[in-house]
Design a protein around this ligand. Structure first.
Ligand code: ADP
Length: 611
């Protein structure tokens, strides 16, 4: 992570460095190109300045060109030049020359004889007067003496001042007596050239600057001077004793055909582009040296502005590209997420489809199982029906066996009574047999109602009657064995809503079970107790037999549950009894308190009948 960060940082640093180098190169290259353009743009301005300067110079020269010819015609000059001229004539010439000088704004005016000796001068009354000086070495003198028009530029050897000299011959009746020379001051011309943006120089044919906007550039050469050139200059004493050193201007190149120059003089470092024009009539070259600093400054500003614009555009482009990249990245992430989601949805759909298939398979299987179950159930029902039929017939025989036993007993006794001729007892027995058959019919009906469809009407029944009838039915069994039967009933009637025969059937069942359990025990006893209280009547049948085995409390009431051996018990007694009591709105339950079995019948009590 850290390494990646440094790598990223290094890459950024490298990119920044590259950008800076590029920017620098752009600035330098673009700047120099722009500078060239700006410098080129200044050239027309330089040409204008040059044109003005040249025309100014030409005007100045033209103004004085013909003046010497005109002035030389004055007789006062030829008079003074006569070898035998009187001092008054010379004085007149002096005054005339001074007058002309002031009038025409000249520097000096003077006349020389044929040997070059100055005879009269406008500065005759000054300390540095030309009078008595010889200027035979000046070309303008020789030119004029030869009859021509002399022109010359030079540094005055007497005055030490630069000037332009015009000369013309002074004649007397066609004969040349001497030469008139006029010197024009050039300082005023130079003064008009002083400006910050450019320098102006005028060089002669030898390349020596004699007019310059900078005073320190005067009498300096542009190139190295050869010995011959120096000799030529010395012959005319044009620059008197000036050393004529070289100007520290180096040529550095050209811009659209114009020379570039660099000035290096100590702290004074400047660069110029030179615009020049020659003046063949004077043998001069006029140069305007345009300072390139403003152009370069403008170029630099332009380059910086361009760089800033390029930088801003570049930054904008980078930001835009980065934004695009980020957008693309976000879109690709979204697309990836979408693809993942779609993939997950597809997988989930596939799983669901598989689950669905499994579920449909299970449903089909379950349906098959259900069909199988239904088939099995149908078989079971069929079997159950058959079983119920068997059980019914078994129950019927079981319930009828008891009264049948009693009928048989009564019938046997009746036969005995008949033999002993006791018709009363016989009749009584027969009556009992009749009532027992009635009861058997009732039992049959009861068994039909076993499936808990009671159709018999309930009516108030006194427990005393029920007990009496039940004991009567069971008496034949009790008589056979040693059983102590205790009947504990309250003396007053105990009435409940019941079917008397079915209630009696229940008591017979309970007593019959007790007798079975006691099974000839020596101290066998059965206690029947009936109690009434709190709107209920309860009948308890208790024996001192082995009792119902542990864990069978509920099962003993199930139909066909029996612990008795095959052929003896059908397991229907308690179940029938339970249902009968339930039909009466009561409850039959097994109670465990001490030894033996104890069955309790609990019924809602009825209002006691008045005796
Ligand atoms: P069955 O008498 O034909 O066996 P019952 O429904 O009358 O059918 O009785 C079910 C079972 O309850 C009996 O087999 C017996 O095990 C038990 N039982 C009923 N009464 C008593 C009792 N007084 N003492 C002991 N066990 C009893």
């Amino acid at each position: 992570m850290g390494q990646a960060a440094t790598r990223l940082g290094r890459r950024r640093l490298a990119a920044l460095g590259l950008a800076l180098i590029l920017a620098w190169a752009l600035l330098v290259q673009g700047g120099s190109w722009l500078a060239g353009q700006h410098i080129k743009a200044t050239i027309p301005q330089g040409e204008n300045i040059l044109r003005l300067a040249v025309s100014g110079l030409r005007g100045e020269l033209a103004r004085h060109e013909r003046l010497p010819d005109l002035l030389a015609r004055a007789p006062v000059l030829s008079n003074a030049l006569h070898p035998d001229a009187a001092p008054a004539e010379v004085a007149a010439a002096n005054l005339y020359l001074r007058h002309v000088t002031r009038l025409m704004g000249l520097s000096d005016a003077y006349v020389m004889d044929a040997q070059g000796m100055t005879v009269a001068a406008s500065n005759f009354d000054r300390d540095l007067s030309f009078v008595g000086q010889s200027f035979a070495y000046r070309p303008y003198f020789t030119q004029a003496l030869a009859g021509g028009r002399g022109q010359f530029f030079a540094l005055g050897t007497t005055s030490g001042k630069r000037g332009y000299y015009f000369a013309a011959p002074v004649r007397d009746r066609g004969r040349i007596l001497g030469v008139l020379a006029l010197k024009v001051d050039v300082d005023a011309i130079e003064d008009s050239w002083r400006a910050a943006e450019y320098e102006m120089i005028v060089t002669d044919s030898e390349g020596i600057v004699f007019l310059a906007s900078r005073r320190d550039w005067q009498f300096r050469s542009l190139g190295a001077l050869g010995a011959q050139a120096r000799a030529r200059i010395a012959a005319t004493r044009r620059y008197d004793d000036e050393p004529l050193d070289m100007l520290p201007l180096a040529r550095t190149g050209r811009v659209s055909g114009h020379q570039m120059l660099r000035l290096e003089a100590g702290d004074d470092r400047r660069e110029f582009v030179s615009v020049s024009e020659t003046m063949p009539e004077a043998g001069w070259t006029v140069q305007v040296l345009l300072d390139t600093a403003p152009a370069r400054r403008q170029a630099l500003q332009g380059a910086v502005a361009a760089l800033l614009i390029v930088g801003a555009v570049l930054a904008g482009v980078i930001a835009w590209v980065q934004r695009r990249a980020r957008l693309r990245e976000r879109l690709s992430i979204q697309a990836e997420a979408q693809a993942q989601l779609e993939g997950r949805v597809k997988a989930r759909t596939r799983e669901l489809a598989q689950l669905n298939d499994r579920l449909s398979a299970e449903i089909t299987e379950r349906r098959a199982t259900e069909d199988e179950l239904r088939r099995t159930q149908r078989h079971l029902v069929q079997s159950a029906k058959l079983a119920a039929l068997g059980q019914m017939s078994a129950a019927l025989s079981h319930e009828l066996n008891q009264p049948l036993g009693a009928v048989r007993n009564f019938a046997a006794n009746a036969v005995t009574y008949l033999d002993r001729d006791r018709p009363q007892d016989t009749r009584a027995n027969l009556a009992r047999i009749l009532s027992l058959t009635d009861r058997m019919t009732e039992i049959g009906r009861t068994l039909r109602n076993f499936a808990r469809k009671p159709n018999a009407q309930l009516r108030p029944v006194d427990l005393h009657d029920v007990m009496r009838d039940a004991l009567e039915v069971i008496a034949w069994r009790i008589g056979k064995r040693q059983v102590a039967l205790n009947l504990d009933l309250p003396p007053q009637p105990l009435c409940v809503m019941a079917g008397p025969v079915r209630f009696q059937q229940v008591i017979v069942n309970l007593l019959s079970n007790a007798l079975d359990a006691l099974d000839d025990r020596p101290d066998a006893r059965i206690d029947i107790t009936a109690r009434a209280g709190e709107g209920r009547v309860s009948v308890t049948v208790r024996d001192n037999g082995p009792g119902v085995p542990e864990g069978l409390d509920d099962r003993v009431f199930d139909p066909f549950f029996s612990t008795k051996g095959v052929g003896s018990g059908l397991g229907l007694g308690l179940s029938i009894s339970f249902n009968i009591i339930k039909d009466f709105g009561g409850e039959l339950r097994l109670v465990r308190d001490g030894q033996g079995a104890c069955f309790v019948i609990d019924l809602p009590a009825l209002e006691q009948e008045e005796p």
